[in-house]
Design a protein. Structure first.
Length: 426
């Protein structure tokens, strides 16, 4: 799991975090209004600050860009005064509330939420909120939306700006979801609320208001490649030069790696990036680094990750184990190539967190002998995976055997001498 920052010293008074919508001052509760009237310092975006009437007499401070690094400085600057921070809608839903909790802890805040844009959108559309997936593209690449595209799904996209609807329409069309219906809901809850409707592949609307949410009813075209939610995507989903862990072996490998929310994978010898990509698709909070020495393949990994909706994959171009030195400690390691490289297996084992999993696949006798040796010393599970495909044999059908894959998997002990270098035991 990523480390949680230690809270900063709290200001003299708890910070009021007030959610505000497009309806402005008139939409706030009495409690929220009182907090804003009583604040000596009002911090927020320019649009939010402009919604407040003159009776909110505190000093108005706009967020600088970039915002996140400025949070501790502004809190410290005004720490002896009563501070109110303005947020769009619900501060704890993709809002400034998260950054403030990281700085001050929950005890340093008084959060007064307003209905979020997602709540308003579901109310307008008649969509049950619990059945609606939300994807934010605020400060994030649009490519991440691709991981959520499935026939019949309802999605709400939090837009970065007025150009996001056209970007989303183009992405849907490019991924075979051109028939999907899009509705752009602008200024939700305000007096200038507007709705724009259309089909992705025929989207021709000009950019409207920058404050908008996009509702998508996903419809796949007949040509769309079907992608599932479990490991083992079709091989055709990947751009590759033959260096690809094939579908059935990939599914077995991911099952052994067992991704869990928040965990970090090292994919060493990335090839086409398929193991790291499907690790990331297992849960939005999963993290992965793919290490590939060939620059051409590294570029291919990046393209595959973007295409399959996980643009957050970090790709390191360079040889292992040298390229592993500065990487954060992994919860799991997959080695898909280069097993006989001196020091590689030992470096991965040393870096692996206690309780973490290491999985190595090979098709060569030399690497198989190495894995058998490590299995004898460290235990775990040694298996051979074999797949055969039915192919035409004259007028009949026969089996064509793919090269068998030897796989060693092992869990690093929580406390043991085995948690040191593997090389000490072989």
């Amino acid at each position: 799991m990523p480390p949680v920052p230690s809270p900063s010293p709290s200001p003299l008074h708890p910070v009021s975090v007030v959610g505000i919508g497009a309806d402005g001052w008139s939409g706030l509760s009495g409690t929220a209004r009182e907090a804003l009237r009583g604040a000596e310092v009002l911090i927020g975006g320019a649009r939010q600050l402009d919604l407040l009437p003159p009776e909110c007499a505190g000093v108005r401070v706009g967020w600088p860009t970039p915002l996140r690094p400025a949070v501790p400085r502004l809190l410290a600057e005004h720490g002896e005064r009563r501070i109110a921070v303005l947020a769009s809608g619900d501060p704890m839903f993709y809002g400034i509330g998260r950054a403030l909790v990281e700085e001050l802890g929950p005890q340093g805040l008084r959060v007064l939420p307003h209905p979020s844009s997602v709540a308003y959108a579901c109310a307008r559309l008649g969509w049950p909120l619990e059945d609606t997936e939300v994807v934010t593209l605020v400060g994030r690449p649009a490519a991440r939306l691709a991981a959520s595209l499935y026939e019949g799904r309802r999605l709400l996209v939090l837009s970065a700006d007025a150009t996001t609807p056209a970007t989303v329409a183009a992405l849907l069309t490019d991924h075979g979801f051109g028939p999907s219906r899009l509705r752009v809901l602008e200024q939700l809850g305000g007096e200038n609320e507007e709705h724009v409707d259309g089909i992705a592949q025929a989207w021709a609307h000009e950019p409207g208001d920058r404050l908008n949410v996009i509702a998508i009813e996903c419809r796949a075209s007949a040509e769309a490649l079907r992608l599932g939610t479990v490991p083992g995507l079709p091989d055709e989903a990947y751009e590759h030069d033959g260096q690809l862990t094939k579908r059935h072996i990939r599914a077995a490998t991911l099952g052994t790696l067992a991704p869990a929310p928040g965990e970090l994978l090292w994919d060493v010898g990335g090839g086409s990036g398929s193991i790291a990509i499907e690790w990331l698709r297992a849960h939005p909070s999963c993290r992965a680094v793919s290490v590939e020495r060939d620059p051409v393949r590294a570029g291919r990994i990046t393209r595959n990750a973007e295409r399959l909706g996980v643009p957050g994959l970090r790709v390191v171009t360079g040889p292992a184990p040298l390229s592993l030195v500065e990487l954060p400690s992994p919860d799991a390691v997959f080695i898909g190539g280069g097993l006989t490289t001196p020091g590689l297996l030992d470096a991965c084992w040393k870096a692996l967190r206690p309780g973490g999993r290491l999985v190595a696949n090979t098709v060569t006798l030399e690497s198989e002998a190495l894995l058998a040796e490590r299995h004898k010393a460290y235990g775990g599970e040694l298996v051979r995976l074999a797949v055969a495909h039915a192919v035409p044999v004259g007028g009949f059908t026969g089996w064509r055997q793919a090269m068998p894959v030897t796989q060693w998997s092992v869990t690093k002990p929580l406390t043991s001498e085995k948690s040191s270098h593997m090389g000490d035991r072989t």
